[in-house]
Design a protein around this ligand. Structure first.
Ligand SMILES: [Zn+2]
Length: 479
């Protein structure tokens, strides 16, 4: 291990030595140019420094059998807005689950105190944080992970950790924080997602209390083994999530420079090749249609619950969906793996307010399923519409918030299913070529940002200025 690390450091040194950041001296420039070569400008543009992001660092000691963790967390926050911040908001999602979160420390230079309400902690500052300034927050807390089906919880065969740590939400131009509360419908189903993250860099050192035989950790982050666990890094991401089980069967494939990993339960091992195959196809197609994927790995995990969940670099697919895969493409696995992977573009790369404008990721991810079938199984395109959309309720405002729809059923009917019908209508109205180029522009222009309906509307309109798309929106959207 150490020798590999040394070799790696030497390679990095050699690479950085080759990478001379200084602009060439004027004497290095040729003095004559062929007539058709553009002349260089007198003063070369300075190379912009790479963009810096807020950093989250974690030292976690996890006890898989007891479902507990001790965490030391440092947030090195950068005020990337153009206004000064008199206070800082921390959102702590695990506080939505009873006594799951027990904070043992919160301090930092410039922090004079804090107040807590629900899932929010407001930090009072001695001095406002000016644009470009940094604030370091040191936290320590214990997690008692709840026994529940979901992407934060444990079952007899899995422990999932997403939205498990305090984070600082994004700010809107009106200087308010984008911070929402979860919404549970009458059937006790949590509707959609309410956590909105800006892009940050994540580093986690994970110590496992006991070295359980067969315990595997699935994550979207790059992993390096350490003596008692793993260390992870995931830069330019919205969150850091992982899933552990001592019953995983792991299989992976290197596909066009991308490491695709499948973690299914051991009794599902024969389904793993199909998971990898569908994921390879989806990642190929979406890179072609939407633009490059921004990490070099992605993990697909069989989840011990009944829904599916997109996270950064990792997606959770209900184990029942994996169970029922029958080696034909007329199957939920072939529908839902592409759906969740499309969220790597519409959630991870291009962010949005998942609570107030969930259509910006769910409508696009659902329509991406159709793009998948249209490309790989055109003979099943009609089957996809009938089975996925028309067989269910498919009405309601596409731009419903997670609160407006009132129930998970209505949320799916409007945002996902009527959303897919809207996207297809938009495509037919503006023409195939303009629609496809708008999709690509939308991702490129909003990469690493948080978009709104205004961004979507203006980019799609610009792709074909000759048709009035307002009529399409009027058919599906409320003001
Ligand atoms: Zn989705």
């Amino acid at each position: 291990m150490k020798r590999n690390l040394l070799v790696l450091i030497m390679i990095l040194l050699i690479l950085s030595a080759c990478n001379n950041p200084d602009p060439p001296a004027p004497t290095d420039l040729p003095t004559t140019f062929p007539s058709d070569t553009p002349q260089p400008t007198a003063t070369p543009e300075p190379t912009p420094a790479p963009e810096e992001f807020t950093q989250y660092r974690f030292e976690m000691t996890l006890d898989y059998n007891r479902h507990t963790a001790q965490v030391v967390q440092t947030i090195d926050y950068i005020n990337k807005t153009n206004f000064s911040l008199p206070s800082i908001l921390l959102v702590i999602p695990p506080r939505a689950f009873g006594n799951s979160y027990d904070q043992t420390g919160l301090a930092g230079e410039n922090i004079t105190g804090f107040s807590e309400e629900g899932i929010r902690t407001t930090l009072q500052l001695a001095q406002p944080l000016e644009p470009g300034q940094r604030l370091t927050i040191n936290l320590s807390f214990n997690l008692a992970i709840p026994q529940r089906e979901g992407s934060f919880g444990w079952s007899q065969r899995q422990l999932n950790l997403s939205n498990w740590y305090p984070y600082i939400p994004p700010l809107k131009p009106d200087q308010s924080w984008i911070s929402h509360d979860p919404f549970i419908d009458q059937a006790n189903i949590m509707v959609g997602e309410y956590v909105v993250n800006e892009i940050a860099d994540f580093y986690l050192t994970l110590h496992l209390v006991e070295n359980l035989p067969n315990l595997l950790v699935a994550s979207g982050a790059k992993a390096m083994p350490i003596p008692d666990g793993m260390s992870y890094s995931q830069e330019r991401a919205r969150s850091l999530s992982f899933s552990l089980s001592n019953q995983y069967h792991h299989q992976q494939v290197e596909h066009n420079g991308l490491l695709i990993q499948a973690y299914v339960f051991q009794y599902q091992s024969e389904k793993a090749p199909a998971v990898l195959q569908i994921a390879s196809q989806a990642m190929d197609l979406y890179a072609e249609i939407f633009g490059p994927y921004h990490y070099d790995q992605v993990s697909i995990v069989s989840a011990d619950f009944l829904h599916n969940m997109e996270l950064d670099g990792i997606v959770l697919i209900s184990s029942s969906v994996v169970d029922f895969y029958d080696n034909t493409p007329e199957n939920n696995l072939t529908i839902l793996v592409p759906h969740e992977l499309a969220h790597q573009w519409f959630y991870s790369q291009v962010g949005n307010d998942h609570a107030l404008e969930p259509w910006l990721d769910e409508t696009l991810a659902t329509y991406s399923e159709y793009l998948f079938y249209e490309h790989y199984y055109p003979e099943l395109a009609d089957w996809w519409w009938d089975n996925r959309v028309y067989a269910h309720a498919h009405t309601g405002f596409v731009n419903n918030s997670i609160y407006d729809a009132g129930s998970y059923e209505n949320y799916r009917s409007s945002v996902y299913l009527n959303g897919a019908i809207f996207m297809h209508d938009l495509r037919i109205t503006m023409g195939d070529q303009a629609f496809m180029s708008a999709l690509k522009d939308y991702v490129a222009l909003n990469n690493l940002k948080i978009t709104t309906k205004t961004d979507f509307v203006s980019i799609f309109q610009a792709a074909n200025p000759n048709v009035n798309l307002q009529e399409v929106y009027a058919r599906y959207f409320k003001e």
